[in-house]
Design a protein around this ligand. Sequence first.
Ligand code: ADP
Ligand code: MG
Length: 341
Amino acid sequence: GAKVVVRDMVKHFKTPRGLFKAVNGASVAMEPGTITALLGPSGSGKTTLLRLIAGLEQPNSGRVYFDGEDITEYGVQDRDLGFVFQGYALFKHMTVAQNITFGPRMRKMGLDLDAKVDELLTLTELDGLGGRYPPQLSGGQKQRVAVARALACNPRLMLLDEPFGALDPLVRKSLRNGLREIVKRVGVTTIIVTHDQEEAWDLADHVVIFNKGAIEQEGTPEEVSRAPVSPFVMNFVADVCHIPSTCQLVRKVGFHTDKPYVMLRSADIRLRTDFEECTSCAAATVHDKANMGKLVRYYVRFDDDVDVDLTVSRQVDEERYDFDVGQRVFVDVSPEQMMGF
Ligand code: ADP
Ligand code: MG
């Protein structure tokens, strides 16, 4: 895959109410073979940036470089891209194999097409389905055909826009593990647009958080979740808890804010049964609980009668947390890990 660099990208659209800045000065670098997630709310400019990188849209200013070469003036066809669009856009009247070879046939690439189809069907775990038509496939299978088709021309960059949109959560989860494996095996540089934090965190080597056409923060998933620069970013970090600022927990740990809520990451919350072990904590009673895989949600009532949903990791540093309804717990957090909003 290519090293892809985007510098100072700006895109304005004319609207009846004047110029709208869809992308307003975005710069980002993507290393060869890595997966970058563009993460942000709807309307924040993610698709527009993807289209600028693809050459489907011309920027007002800014440059795009592939392996150091300025390709800003290149047309879409000359950029060696693979696309997976929202909804996949498979050709319904073509078989899976014909869908996959569509690009190489159009470009007369002179590949051994049968060998290429076999290779891609195996890669995407679709062996034996080459003769089917898209309506005969499940949603997950269609998605994998779209990925196989995107890879057929050996692209330097693969672009995916909300590629798991219409699928149910379990299928999404298994597909994104599959996608990561495929990308790592092929080594193609990959950009995925999503508004789903969990998706970004599971898939990406690099997360870029978009807010109103600008990059609010970027880094590895670990970097961003360890040190979110703003409440906006904090809300895009997987697994945060919101606690009213009036709750005694906030006061007892010595956190001060004039905002109505504080946020903290699930991973920073410790629940203890022994007050002696606490550094800064407040007492509460478990009123209900719900298991959510690696996490457990405890509905607790603090001794000042403030109810809070605490979603915590089931296991932290080898220590297992398993509390019963009615049990007393000490909630242990540190003020540095709190953020007012
Ligand atoms: P996202 O993918 O993050 O949801 P988009 O990049 O699709 O956001 O859109 C960002 C903003 O730019 C939206 O407010 C959208 O309405 C506007 N926009 C996108 N494309 C056009 C266009 N061709 N003309 C006018 N406005 C557009
Ligand atoms: Mg979009």
